[in-house]
Design a protein around this ligand. Structure first.
Ligand code: NI
Length: 439
């Protein structure tokens, strides 16, 4: 142990984290143990994996910390299975494990809305936290001076060893496998489950990427379908999106009020770097969901009626209602509604919103760094792209599904005193259209 390099140092005994999805997460490497103990990694406990999904599925309170440990554990098991295979380069082991553990390090509070309003990119922050003056960087540098850059490049998908990249980001990677199983578990839905143990057993390392033995095709089909179901049943749930719309509007309002010189009773001190557009790593790392929820709690009592109303809605789950909306055919309806809202003194910037979701369940056509197709390995060692072999996958390959909803505050409309104006708005909102199909 004395002369052993830091990268090879092992704990005296395996540490295990009890995990409801993988049963146990096993840690033996000192480097991994030290990374988990850094404050940047511990921060992930205060960022929920599924943002506002808990307003719809109350079990969905799990954090990015849980998920990150899960992705690490899956990659650890992949490597264990690859050990006998000559396609695997053992010297990549620690790089792959660290990249798996740290891949979501740069997520902010309620990432989706947060990034949209402030023009941020969590992937850039992941990289900056790994390379910056942080505890994580300190640990990684002890392995080797170039090691932080190596780990960051795997996460950025620019690393030379494409096999390692594909283990963490491809169309069948440890990240997706963990979040599908974990999100299904915590939301309590019955779709989203697939036989990961089977997939791991039939995965093989090749020069360019992980491939799957053809005997595992049905397990892979199940995985693709579960992803498809989870997107539409959980991730794009219209009620979750309503809470997200409100959240986005709160950030937007606060940003506006700040620029307008509004005198906050509770100053958004920790958000100021975002408004000023000079977010350094230190101020970014101070932001988590406990901070943001604190502000929302207090801003319910601000004198600005829009901010206090939106925060009350978010904290107390008084969500916007929604109808289907067809952006191609109903633009004039939206214009009309905006005009009527204005007459009713309801600010449509904050109270009338179109939210769109779009998903591509599986893609072979657009080969890019995010879209490497899944390959099956036949018994003769040949590689075949999944959709040429699987009828089920072929049926959904390249198919995009879109969904658009129009969100509005029903209580505010009900409170409009001018009866004819109120009726006119209600009539427009109740005309239903459907734009929710496979194209
Ligand atoms: Ni992830």
């Amino acid at each position: 142990m004395i002369n052993m390099e830091y990268k090879d140092k092992q704990l005296d005994e395996v540490k295990v984290f009890k995990d409801p999805v993988h049963r146990y997460v096993h840690v033996r490497d000192l480097v991994i143990w030290d990374l988990i103990a850094t404050k940047e990694f511990q921060r992930l406990r205060r960022i929920k994996q599924l943002g506002t999904t808990y307003v719809t599925f109350h079990g969905a309170e799990h954090s990015r910390f849980n998920h990150s440990l899960g992705v690490y554990e899956i990659v650890r098991r992949m490597i264990k299975n690859f050990q006998q295979d000559e396609g695997w380069h053992p010297e990549e082991r620690l790089t792959a494990l660290c990249a798996a553990l740290l891949h979501d390090l740069g997520h902010g509070p309620f990432s989706h809305s947060f990034e949209k309003v402030f023009g941020l990119d969590h992937e850039k922050f992941t990289r900056n936290i790994i390379l910056g003056d942080t505890e994580v960087n300190e640990v990684l540098k002890r392995v080797d001076k170039t090691f932080p850059e190596k780990v960051a490049s795997v996460i950025q998908k620019t690393y030379d060893d494409k096999l390692v990249v594909s283990m963490i980001s491809s169309q069948i990677d440890a990240d997706r496998m963990d979040y599908l199983l974990r999100d299904a578990y915590y939301t309590g839905v019955s779709y989203g489950h697939f036989d990961m143990e089977r997939i791991l057993r039939v995965m093989r390392p090749t020069e360019d990427q992980v491939v799957v033995k053809v005997t595992g095709m049905h397990a892979v089909e199940d995985y693709i379908m579960s992803r498809y179901q989870m997107y539409w049943q959980v991730y794009f749930h219209p009620v979750t999106r309503s809470a997200e719309v409100i959240l986005t509007k709160i950030f937007k309002r606060v940003k506006y009020l700040y620029k307008d010189g509004y005198a906050f009773q509770i100053e958004p001190t920790l958000l100021l770097p975002l408004f000023k557009g000079n977010v350094d790593i230190d101020s970014y790392l101070q932001l988590d969901e406990s901070v943001v929820n604190y502000y929302f709690q207090r801003w319910q009592y601000e004198t600005d009626p829009i901010l206090s109303d939106l925060c009350d809605r978010f904290m107390n789950r008084r969500l916007f209602k929604y109808i289907e909306y067809d952006p191609e055919r109903e633009k004039s309806k939206l214009d009309k509604l905006e005009e009527l809202f204005e007459r009713a003194n309801i600010d449509s910037t904050y109270y009338l919103t179109i939210d769109s979701s779009k998903d591509l369940p599986y893609d072979v056509y657009r080969k890019g760094k995010d879209r490497v197709p899944i390959y099956l390995q036949t018994s003769s060692g040949e590689e075949k792209e999944l959709s040429t072999h699987s009828v089920i996958v072929e049926a959904i390959t390249g198919k995009t599904r879109e969904d658009h909803k129009l969100y509005y505050p029903s209580e505010k409309i009900a409170a409009i005193e001018d009866t004819s104006l109120r009726e006119e708005i209600l009539k427009l909102l109740h005309v239903r259209s459907s734009h929710n199909m496979l194209q």
